[in-house]
Design a protein around this ligand. Structure first.
Ligand code: MLT
Ligand code: ZN
Length: 476
């Protein structure tokens, strides 16, 4: 049964003709260079056992196009890998079994901004930051804020349930979705959800689909939630002499100041050094042992001033030796540019690394960092920690040694770490997804029953296994 699920047809001239007739030859490409470019995301290819390459690229312009492509794929048993902007961090857009890669770059329209219902309806190829910009121009907030927001597509954010910098206050992408138009694995089209803040009619497919990595259905439209735009926001950068005091301060922000900031981000010393080297500039608090970025929002100027004074004072009582308040566009940009440049700096300066996406209960973050220190120390490996500490979601990145077996060493380190992450009450990925990169490690975190259930859900949606096969679960 499993062999049959993975024995696919090849994309021959007959299939190309069917695709050309269905969506126009200008929306179909077999150009070799393009096939190569569209066959991976931001996970370094060296992470995988061999290169994986699409046989054909399609660029649908409408839901009807997507439906026609999937009907062809289903009749001919050809795998379809949906693709956003290629900013993914788990190999979700990798065509694991060749076949069709479906890029959403031509489905890039914002279809409606509905001020009465506080919703925005978009196609999957809209760049996330454009949604935020249009909302802000109308005094509204789209609260999804992944670090890759200037480049990533909303479709990819939905597929991965992208998190980012504002999850502590507003939730991840799934919390922003009210409805999805989807094409199912047989090419039929349906809507899940609607412009409604409540809905218990049937099962909650909207939230099952969000984060399902394109293995269940293909999203062709999304209705997203908007909120009033807070009038004032301030970013605080608190410099601590060491990681321990910075981390210890995080829960105090909520319990002692009784505030839920929009962001609480963490950078260790190495992360700040990476940002400085990459940006060729001094980062505020760049010499600190660790720093926190705390973003506060309010509608009243007086209130926001009170808030940052409270947090500033409290952070100093808890060991911050310097506190920067950024309340202008340029000072805020300076802080966030430093934070957001860390992952870019990692990929720029290193080719041998594994970027992890652990989440632990927030009070176990110190144990997580100790685990990293012990494990990496045991292998004499360098590492860096940055990320969404307010969510317990840390992007600990381990750098490979300068030896030929660097890949095996990193895999060994992962096998050592993962069971211990589970013991901390943690999990494998908070926002980057499982995709191709992490699927063989799912067994450490989910029991057999859950893995079997995922397989059954997958086959209920996609009995022929044509939608993004080879992701999320290991069928071997
Ligand atoms: C981030 O928080 O910077 C993003 O998740 C991206 C990354 O870690 O590469
Ligand atoms: Zn992140």
């Amino acid at each position: 049964m499993e062999d049959k699920l993975f024995s696919y047809g090849t994309v021959d001239n007959e299939i190309i003709k069917l695709l050309n007739d269905a969506i126009g030859a200008n929306n179909v490409s077999r150009d070799d260079e393009k096939l190569e470019t569209y066959s991976h995301d931001e996970v370094p290819s060296s992470t995988y056992d061999r290169p994986y390459k699409a046989e054909v690229l399609v660029f649908p312009e409408s839901t009807e196009h997507v439906s026609s492509i999937i009907k062809i794929a289903s009749t001919k048993h050809i795998p379809v890998t949906p693709r956003g902007a290629g900013t993914g961090l788990s190999g979700g857009a990798l065509p694991a079994y060749g076949g069709i890669v479906m890029s959403f770059e031509k489905m890039n329209k914002i279809l409606e901004l509905d001020k009465d219902n506080l919703t925005i309806t978009v196609e999957p190829g809209v760049v996330t930051a454009e949604i935020s910009r249009l909302a802000a121009a109308n005094n509204l907030l789209y609260a999804g804020d992944p670090c890759s927001g200037d480049a990533s597509f909303i479709g990819g954010n939905i597929a991965e349930n992208a998190g980012g910098n504002k999850v502590i206050k507003y939730g991840a992408t799934s919390a922003q979705i009210l409805a999805l138009e989807v094409v199912l694995a047989d090419g039929s089209v349906t809507w899940f959800g609607g412009k409604r803040r409540k809905d218990v009619t049937g099962l909650d497919f909207v939230h099952l689909l969000s984060g399902s990595e394109g293995i269940l259905a293909v999203v062709t439209k999304a209705v997203l939630k908007l909120l009033p735009l807070p009038r004032y926001s301030v970013d605080i950068l608190a410099a601590f002499k060491d990681v321990e005091s910075a981390i210890a301060f995080v829960p105090r922000i909520i319990t002692e100041a009784s505030m839920v900031p929009a962001s609480i981000e963490f950078l260790d010393r190495k992360a700040m050094k990476l940002a400085e080297d990459y940006l060729h500039t001094k980062v505020p608090a760049g010499e600190a042992g660790a720093a926190l970025i705390i973003q506060l929002e309010d509608n009243e100027q007086e209130q926001i001033e009170k808030q940052y004074e409270t947090i500033g004072k409290l952070s100093q009582e808890h060991g911050a030796y310097e506190v920067y308040i950024a309340d202008t566009r340029s000072t805020k940009d300076r802080i966030w540019q430093a934070r957001k440049s860390v992952p870019e700096a990692v990929s720029f300066f290193y080719s041998r690394y594994t970027k992890e996406d652990f989440v632990v209960p927030t009070n176990r973050v110190p144990d997580l960092l100790k685990l990293m220190r012990d494990t990496c120390g045991g292998h004499s490996l360098e590492w860096v920690a940055y990320g969404h500490v307010g969510d317990g979601n840390m992007h600990c990145t381990v750098f490979g040694p300068e030896t030929d077996d660097w890949h095996d060493v990193l895999v060994q380190v992962q096998h050592e770490m993962y069971p211990k992450i589970l013991e901390l009450g943690g999990t494998l990925s908070g926002e980057h997804g499982i995709g191709f990169k992490r699927k063989s490690y799912m067994k450490y975190f989910l029991d057999k029953e859950q893995i079997e259930l995922i397989k059954r859900v997958k086959l209920a949606f996609d009995p022929l296994n044509i939608l993004n096969p080879g992701k999320l679960i290991d069928w071997e």
